[in-house]
Design a protein around this ligand. Structure first.
Ligand code: SF4
Ligand code: FES
Length: 376
């Protein structure tokens, strides 16, 4: 990784009030029985003692609904590690939010799922780490996890929750892509999200271990095209290709501070899940500052809103309102400057360095995983 001193984040001018956010990701906890090396959580994980209480989350949900949020994604870590998950879902429902539970399934039982159903949970997104216990338990760093997940999936189907399977794909499981799609269909999912690993947080630390080869990426595109034809009308297939291999970056977060926000377990409000990688940003906490104030005028949210902050290359580009200059955290991770054009962009001066990085990481055997761990 290139490490240069980042350009300081300038204070942004007063700007018009932004549109309200549509979606909020609530990271209820960083605790998790799994230890996936592809996790996008930050390296410095929040301990249990630092987490918001049930009542504080309920207040956050009321403020979010007042602000205009419609969809709430309950995530972590593993949200089922919170003993008060049912009360948290009930509070979100009470606030009028659509609730999606993003879970590995570990920590859920048929009884707990029945309680979540009664509390008003709308949707479940179940992660799979592999198509059998051998690969899934290795990637998740949790023996017996795959078998427990299959039992939980059966309970989800019994209750009839709308189910999305979320599969993070990388060098170690892309060869099983067709089988992963078949597994999602077998489990009764309506949708599968095939997300090639995004290198943020622990995944960035494990980038050399997870980096797919160019051949794997090309094969994955063919597999997805074939599966979309084979499962048409039965299983919706979303595919997020690895953007390192693309010519132009993705419109990360649909543009910084435009449609979504994240709440960390301790109440810190983030423009995206990885934003803490960017030095110089000031993150406010919803315990001490109203959410609307943070969204509308918070310095971290205004740092990269709109197009004024962009480098000249993006300012003058015909795609600037399509990808918004790409991902700020990726620019930070690869170019060492959050204000740079996303190095994925073919027009970026950093693209050659990214190509060299991919070549270096995929020309040798992958190193062992560094599993995600809570602080001792
Ligand atoms: Fe996007 Fe900037 Fe590249 Fe244009 S120059 S495609 S706006 S990242
Ligand atoms: Fe932070 Fe893309 S992950 S802007």
């Amino acid at each position: 990784m290139t490490v240069v001193h980042p350009t300081p984040i300038p204070v942004q001018p007063v700007r018009p009030r932004p549109e309200p956010p549509l979606a909020m990701l609530a990271e209820l906890t960083h605790r998790c029985p799994l230890a996936c090396p592809y996790c996008s959580n930050p390296l410095e994980l929040t301990r249990r003692e630092g987490e918001l209480t049930t009542g504080q989350w309920a207040e956050v949900f009321r403020q979010a609904a007042d602000l205009g949020v419609l969809q709430l994604h309950l995530s972590g870590g593993e949200p089922a590690s919170r003993p008060d998950l049912v009360q948290i879902v009930a509070a979100a429902r009470e606030a009028g939010l659509y609730t999606n539970l993003i879970t590995s399934g570990i920590g859920l039982t048929g009884r707990r799922l029945d309680e979540l159903d009664a509390a008003g949970l709308d949707h479940v997104q179940l992660s799979v780490q592999g198509v059998n216990a051998g690969i899934a338990d290795h990637v998740g760093g949790y023996k017996g996890g795959f078998d427990r997940k299959m039992l939980v999936a059966a309970e989800i189907a019994r209750i009839g929750f709308p189910l999305t399977i979320n599969a993070v794909m990388h060098r170690h499981n892309l060869g099983d892509l067709a089988a992963t799609i078949a597994l999602a269909h077998q489990l009764g999912a309506r949708r599968i999200e095939i997300a090639c690993v995004q290198f943020q947080g622990w995944a960035l630390k494990n980038r050399a271990a997870l980096q797919p080869t160019r051949e794997q990426v090309e094969e994955a595109k063919r597999t997805v095209a074939q599966a979309r034809a084979d499962y048409a009308g039965r299983l919706a297939i979303d595919f997020v290709p690895p953007d390192y291999f693309a010519d132009f970056p993705k419109a990360c977060m649909n543009g910084w501070g435009s449609t979504g926000l994240n709440i960390a377990p301790d109440g810190k409000v983030l423009p995206c899940h990885a934003a803490e990688i960017i030095p110089g940003l000031q993150f406010q906490n919803v315990v001490t500052t109203p959410l609307a104030e943070i969204w509308n005028g918070g310095p971290a949210f205004n740092a990269f809103r709109g197009t004024d902050w962009m480098p000249e290359l993006c300012q003058a580009c015909d795609r600037r309102d399509t990808d918004y200059g790409g991902c700020r955290c990726q620019a930070m991770a690869i170019a060492g400057d959050a204000r740079a054009t996303d190095p994925v962009c073919r027009r970026s001066p950093h693209r050659a360095a990214l190509d060299a990085l991919i070549a270096a990481e995929t020309s040798v055997a992958p190193p062992p995983f560094e599993y995600r761990r809570m602080p001792r």
